[in-house]
Structures are given as structure tokens and as C-alpha cells.
Ligand binder design. Structure first.
Ligand code: GLC
Length: 717
């Protein structure tokens, strides 16, 4: 469609048409009793004709839903504007890859892009044209259950992974692409006490230097949709926050895509105490240029009245509707609304070998080896192994937010191990994964088989949906029954390897201190079983690096690597230090830092150097380091570059990730890894909230995690 043709469509729309275009209803709201509409849309007063004019439908993700929309609403009412299906396509549509907190540990943006591209392909043949992903909320507190959807605690990693996601989903807006959404704008992951939907309060420095960059990266990568978050920022709910939604998003960043509210967020402004009634909600959200109201109908109820009162203008309404028409046009929906797709095309794409292979790679590259005294990799011919734990023989290793992905398509870890392992494998569940499980009846059998084998592989961790929306936790420990199972097993066999399945960092020091190895699989997705077997027996070496800090105790939270130094940093973490920023009853340091992850080989870093130790604006210097694989198998390493700005117009973090390179090295191979350090890399929002680099001294660090102290000083003059 040309702009002129789109304008003609807009000109032909009634005011009701336009307002319905700005309204999105969840498909589950369409209850059908013999063709008669019931359910919430009925209570909201929508007629069948209204429904056919809705701009978008949420989460109509299967054939019957899409056919229903086509036959009963689009063709029947001769809709001129195709209804788009927007869906939560997160870490896969039918083929699940690891949760994003895990995939971020791959530090592999091409892999991330490929995974989103795969998800878009599967979703698009199921009628979806817009996704509610990618979630680029930065998170420093694992008590917040939605950390599983995020890329963790680092702004730079969030920028890289967010942009990769946008590219993967959107591609060139072809038949197998979907429009992508940057969410939840902004600061949702900074909810106080890690409690979902809780208050968010931060300085504009922190907002601009830490939480906004991943969103800006998504907009710069061409994200077509943005979703404001449930929380407040500077005291105003994001859904009606003009400073963020208009001044920064639309004017400063020039975003001209579509904004869609989160689920029911409109009327929640009344609960927040910002609006006194739904009419005020509709006005304030519209004034903040929110283009689509999700799951509620204040626009339908009040925009016409607000127009008649002159509070809003038809020009504003047209601008909002036109943004959506342009997006649908960009997606080719006027020519193909994607409601007709063949079963045979679905079967060809859903869970196809290529997609399963990608999911396998993603699961292997996301796993993080947290401890290993040399017991891993296991010898494929070891005489006997006992697999114990609630995840070992379990199909549901997908995690939350899995849309149409099904555990039915998963081969459990135990079966995958049996496919490759020559020795004897025994199994016992031991206990469930429920956080309140206290049924010890399975422990006896588990101990029995543990006593008869050389090695025990014990799975510990969460239940798949215990990290998700509305799943904040007070306690990051494992359920006591899992510690009991571990302790009883250790009484008969010290040779214990733990597989961790989780959607968030957990406080597992009690496990770390007692076992020989810990391999964190996160929620690895459809091919997680095979990936686990490949890593356990050394077909591949783990190479994941933590996208988020693992605290020693929940009391340390929020705990993150890129913290400020304070005026009284703790000088010694091993003992009580008076009058310092520390605790009298424990350490400041976490159990595992950001960027941490072991390998089956040792990597040796040497010859770290800079091409010059000072440079001026407009110039750059090169940092280089030699990395050697000192092991006997090929392995990947994520070489990380951190920079500290020693002095600034505002205080600066002790370290910030500014670059990473993932390299594959054969045994004995050595490679030079280089990074270019320039002024942009040193830029931030300073005391005057102007963006730029400040002259002065800096420290560059390289290494395999954020704890590295392998450093060189340099100067921006
Ligand atoms: C949920 C989530 C959001 C999701 C939306 C639609 O409440 O906050 O991430 O995309 O509703 O399901």
C-alpha cells in the first residue's frame, strides 16, 4: 500500500473505527457459546461488528483461534483493515530455546538473533504478525521472578542482546518475520525488594546510564513496537508518563512506532492514585501517545467524548491510527493478513530438524559451569551413574512464557543420557521441585541407588513456573527437601555432580561447598536434555558466562558487579572491618560474579597491552591480549573487556562491561583478541545530564569474568 492509499483508508474510517483500531482484546476474552459472544468482551459491550474492527488481538496462537477470527470477524464483516495477532513469542514459539537469562550467558548475539528469527518463523505461520517481545528490563535483584525473561544485570549485554532480538524477529519484515516490541519501558526490573509491580524510584542518572540504554539500542535496531511498564517512574505510571513516553521516546529518540500498554495497565493508574476515573485514564494515556490499549476499553468508552469536548483532537487520533496502519502495511498484512496458512507448512517448520539443532546449540552455549573439581566431563564408559532429582526424568524443562512450546516435544535428560552412555544408569526422583514439598518418602530409594554407583548426577532447582510474572521470592535457597536429599546422598556417595535447573540466580552455597561440580542449565528448552548429555560427557565444553550475579545470601540483594565504590569500600571480605560499607556477619562478595563461567579447559591470558596509554576525542586506542587454550579439547571462551572511569562529574562504577569477544580455540591454540577503545565507549550522562566522555584517567581490564584484575591504565586527554 502506498502512503496515499493508507491515507485513503484512514479517511474512510469512522471515529468508532479509529478508536477500535487502538483497542486490543485478548483472544481468551472471546468466549463463544454456539456462536454467541460471551465473556469479558460481551460485558464490555462489544458487538460482533466491533470485534471485527479491533486493531489487534492478543495471543490468538493456534489454528482454531485464527480460523475463528478469519471466518467470523474479518471476512464476514468485510473488514478493510486486517486485524493483527500480537502474541507473547519469547524464547520460542513451538521450538523452545533457553530462557533469555540463560541465552544471554552465551554472549553470542548471532545465536540470539538466529533464535529470534526461528521463533518468528514458527509464529508467523501460526498467524502471528507482532510479538510482545523482547524484554530488555535490566535486573539486579533475583527475587524478581521476571528476571528469567531478561538479559540480566548489565546495560551493554542488554543492548547487544536486545538489538539482536529485534533484528531476528523483524528481519526485513517478510512473510516469516514479526514486528518486535521493546518492553517493559522502563525500570520494571528495579522494583523495590524485587517485588513484582512494586514501586520504582531512581535518579535520572541511573535511569539514563543503566536502565534506558537497552531500550535505546532496540529502538536504534528498528523496533516497531514499545510497551510501557506497569511501574511508576518519577512518581507517574509509565502508561501515562509524558516525560518518558513523549519527551524521551518520541522526541529525543524519534521513535515513531506503535506503543501498546501492558495488560490492564490503563485502569491500574487509578489504583496507583494518579487518575481518579477511567475518563482521566483514557485522556492521560492518549496524551502520552499510547497507541493501543491492551485488554481494557477506556479508549472505547471515552475518546469520542474527549474529542467532542475538544480535550483531544482528530489529528492526534489520526496520527495514532496511522502509526498502526503503517506497521500493518510494513508487515504486508493488507495483502496477506496471515490468517490462511497450511497445516503442511506448519508441520514443515514447527520443530523441524534445523530448529531443533539450533535449540540444541543454544542450550549448550547457555549452560554455565559453576564448579568443577575435574570430575566433569564424565567418562562415557564410566561403569555406573545414578540420575536423581525432580528434573532428571522430566519433560518440562522449558521454563515460563513458552507460548505454544510443549513438554511433549522434549526428551528428558535421563533418556538423552541413555542414548549416548555405555554404562549402567539408574534413576530415582528423590523429591519433587515444589518449594513447599516436605514428602521425604522418595529419599530412601534415591540413597539406595546412590550407594551402588560410582557417580551421582543430582538435579536441583526450581519448578518451571516459579520464575515468571508475579513470582517474586523472599528466599533464594533451594527447598529444604532438596538439601535433605543432597545430604542423605552424600552420606553414601561423595561423587556428586549437580545439574541446576532454574529461572533465576539461587543462593546455593550449601550445595557449592559439598559437591564436586555444578552445571547450571537454566531452563534449557526443547533440546535441553540432549544438551545436558552432550555437556556432561564432554561432547562440548560449557562456555556460558553468567549474565547475572549469584548472591551468597538473599540479604545481599541487590548485588551486582558494576556498583559504585562508595567512600568506605570494604578492604577485606574475609573479616569484620569496622566503619566500612560491609556487613559484620558476612561477605559483600557474591558466590559467583557477573561474567563468570568455567570451561573444561584452562584459558591463559597474557600480553595484555594498549597501542597507546593516552588519546584525545576522535581518536581511539587498541587493547589486545593473548588467550591460550591450555587444555586438551577444543573450547570457547568469552573474552571480556571492562573499563573503569576513575573520576567523573558524578561517581562512576568500579567496572563496566564495554566489549566481549567469543573465540573457539583448539587444544594449545593461542589467539590475539583486540578491542578498540574510543570516546563513545567512555561516554555517559554526567552531572549536567549531558552525554559524553570526560577527560581523565581510566583503567581497562580484560579477563574471563568481572572479577578480573588484569588491567592497564590509560588517559583521555
Ligand atoms: C503481561 C506481561 C507482558 C505481556 C502481556 C501480554 O502482563 O507484563 O510482558 O506481554 O501481559 O501477555
Amino acid at each position: 500500500m502506498t502512503e496515499k492509499e493508507l491515507q485513503a483508508i484512514l479517511d474512510g474510517m469512522t471515529t468508532e473505527d479509529k478508536i477500535l483500531q487502538l483497542t486490543q482484546m485478548p483472544y481468551v476474552y472471546f468466549k463463544k457459546d454456539g456462536g454467541e459472544i460471551t465473556g469479558p468482551v460481551k460485558e464490555m459491550g462489544f458487538s460482533e461488528a466491533d470485534i471485527s474492527r479491533l486493531g489487534t488481538i492478543l495471543n490468538a496462537r493456534n489454528q482454531s483461534a485464527v480460523t475463528d477470527l478469519l471466518e467470523n470477524y474479518q471476512l464476514k464483516n468485510g473488514a478493510k483493515i486486517p486485524m493483527a495477532i500480537m502474541a507473547d513469542v519469547t524464547h520460542g514459539f513451538k521450538t523452545a530455546f533457553p530462557i533469555w537469562l540463560g541465552l544471554a550467558c552465551s554472549f553470542d548475539e548471532q545465536l540470539a538473533e538466529n533464535c529470534s528469527k526461528m521463533a518468528a518463523t514458527e509464529a508467523s505461520v501460526a498467524g502471528v504478525s507482532m510479538t510482545c517481545s523482547t524484554m530488555v528490563d535490566l535486573v539486579r535483584d533475583p527475587r524478581w521472578g521476571r528476571v528469567m525473561e531478561s538479559f540480566g544485570e548489565d546495560p551493554y549485554l542488554g543492548e547487544v542482546m536486545g538489538a539482536a532480538n529485534i533484528r531476528g524477529f523483524q528481519g526485513n519484515f517478510g512473510r516469516y518475520n514479526v514486528a518486535a516490541c521493546a518492553k517493559h519501558y522502563v525500570g520494571y526490573g528495579a522494583c523495590e525488594a524485587g517485588r513484582d509491580y512494586n514501586t520504582v524510584d531512581m535518579s535520572e542518572y541511573t535511569l539514563r546510564n543503566v536502565y534506558l540504554p537497552p531500550f535505546k539500542a532496540c529502538i536504534e535496531a528498528g523496533a516497531q513496537i514499545l510497551m510501557p511498564a506497569f511501574n511508576i517512574m518519577f512518581g507517574v505510571p509509565m502508561t501515562m508518563n509524558n516525560k518518558l513516553m513523549v519527551d524521551i521516546l518520541r522526541e529525543e529518540w524519534g521513535f515513531n512506532g506503535v506503543t501498546v500498554s501492558d495488560y490492564n495497565a490503563f485502569p491500574e493508574a487509578i489504583t496507583h492514585g494518579l487518575a481518579q476515573n477511567e475518563k482521566e485514564v483514557a485522556y492521560k494515556a492518549f496524551d502520552a501517545e499510547v497507541d493501543i490499549e491492551m485488554a481494557t476499553a477506556t479508549y472505547v468508552k471515552y475518546l469520542k467524548e474527549l474529542l467532542q469536548e475538544g480535550k483531544i483532537s482528530m489529528a492526534q487520533l489520526d496520527k495514532s491510527v496511522m502509526r498502526q496502519l503503517k506497521l500493518k502495511n510494513k508487515l504486508g498484512l493488507f495483502e496477506n493478513p496471515r490468517y490462511s496458512y497450511s497445516e503442511e507448512e506448519k508441520q514443515k517448520l514447527f520443530l523441524c530438524e534445523e530448529h531443533r539443532a539450533l535449540a540444541l546449540t543454544a542450550a549448550e552455549e547457555s549452560a554455565v559451569l559453576l564448579k568443577n573439581d575435574g570430575v566433569l566431563p564424565l567418562d562415557i564408559n564410566t561403569e555406573s551413574i545414578a540420575f536423581i532429582g525432580p528434573h532428571a526424568n522430566e519433560k518440562n524443562i522449558l521454563g515460563a512464557w513458552v507460548t505454544e512450546c510443549s513438554p511433549d516435544d522434549v526428551t528428558p535428560v535421563l533418556d538423552c543420557v541413555k542414548d549416548v552412555y555405555k554404562g549402567r544408569v539408574s534413576y530415582a526422583k528423590g523429591c519433587s521441585w515444589d518449594i513447599d514439598d516436605c514428602d521425604e518418602s522418595g529419599i530412601k530409594e534415591a540413597v539406595e541407588i546412590a550407594s551402588k554407583v560410582k557417580t551421582v548426577v543430582l538435579t536441583l532447582g526450581e519448578a518451571p513456573n516459579d520464575s515468571s510474572e508475579g513470582c517474586s521470592k523472599l528466599n533464594l535457597d533451594l527447598p529444604e527437601i532438596q538439601y535433605k536429599l543432597l545430604d542423605e546422598i552424600l552420606k553414601v556417595n561423595k561423587n556428586v555432580v549437580v545439574l541446576l535447573f532454574t529461572g533465576r540466580p539461587l543462593t546455593i552455597k550449601r550445595v557449592h561447598d559439598k559437591v564436586r561440580a555444578i552445571l547450571n542449565m537454566w531452563w534449557p528448552g526443547t533440546e535441553g536434555g540432549r544438551a545436558t548429555a552432550n555437556l556432561l560427557f564432554g561432547k562440548k565444553s560449557p562456555c556460558g558466562k553468567l549474565s547475572m550475579t549469584f548472591p551468597i545470601t538473599v540479604a545481599q540483594c541487590p548485588v551486582y558487579y558494576n556498583h559504585f565504590n562508595t567512600g568506605r569500600p570494604r578492604s577485606d571480605d574475609s573479616k569484620r572491618v569496622p566503619f566500612c560499607s560491609g556487613y559484620i556477619d558476612g561477605p559483600n562478595k557474591p558466590l559467583y560474579p557477573f561474567g563468570y563461567g568455567l570451561s573444561y579447559v584452562k584459558f591463559e591470558y597474557s600480553n595484555f597491552s594498549l597501542s597507546a596509554n593516552k588519546f584525545t576525542a576522535g581518536e581511539s586506542i587498541k587493547a589486545s591480549v593473548l588467550v591460550k587454550n591450555a587444555g586438551n579439547i577444543e573450547a570457547k571462551e568469552v573474552v571480556q573487556l571492562y573499563i573503569r572511569d576513575e573520576f567523573g562529574s558524578i561517581v562512576r562504577p568500579v567496572k563496566e562491561l564495554k566489549g566481549f569477544k567469543k573465540i573457539l580455540l583448539n587444544p594449545g591454540e593461542e589467539q590475539e583478541v583486540c578491542f578498540e577503545i574510543d570516546e563513545k565507549m567512555l561516554s555517559f550522562y554526567g552531572a549536567d545530564l549531558k552525554y559524553g566522555a570526560e577527560k581523565g584517567t581510566f583503567i581497562a581490564f580484560v579477563g574471563s569474568n568481572s572479577d578480573t584484575d588484569y588491567s592497564i591504565k590509560f588517559e583521555l586527554i
